[in-house]
Ligand binder design. Sequence first.
Ligand SMILES: [Zn+2]
Length: 222
Amino acid sequence: MEEGTLSSEQADQIKQHLLTQLNSFPEDKQEQIKQQILSMTVEDVEEFVKENQLDHLQQCVFCSIAEGKLPSYKIDENAENIAVLEINPLTKGHTLIIPKEHAPKNATSAKELAKKVSERIKFFLKPKTFKINSLKIMDHPVIEIIPVYGEDLSKLQKVKASEEELSNLQSELIKPLPIPEEKKEHLTSKEQKKEVEVEKLPPSNEIVEKKIDSIPKFTRIP
Ligand SMILES: [Zn+2]
């Protein structure tokens, strides 16, 4: 990176990002490090980024996650958004809905995914309620879904989750949802029968024959 390439706004964004990493330091060092970060000048930030090869911090962290440049625990996605587990969760199942575009035209599809993911969390983790926040971090809009199990959120602190916790939670939350009983009842007996029939059908001979036809014939070597 060339010197003088950071605007003061970018430097502030990087500082904000560094502050979100305070949890990874011992508690008694956090205040000191926080003060150090806050007192960094633009040049200090540039130097820091250069020394630590943190060039990706200059990019928006959410764009990097959406592009797969930063690792994340994805639990769902739709065409325009991804849902990932917050790595410093406030409660179990704390999830972020991140639009793939830095500046999406509207939030409709993000809200749709938030609703879908909340239902999934509700089924598997059984929270009492949710706190849903629309945030803008580094100018990137993000919807935060915080499951509430009865605790007072204002008294909680974000705590870094272990990789094991996150990957276990990810496996739990991506399991298929069972069809609710009421929906099953709505199916007519004919539709239910159809489902069973389809499952029991033996592989069609026609398909097998077609596959055989499509295997290229050997060419004879002269
Ligand atoms: Zn972004």
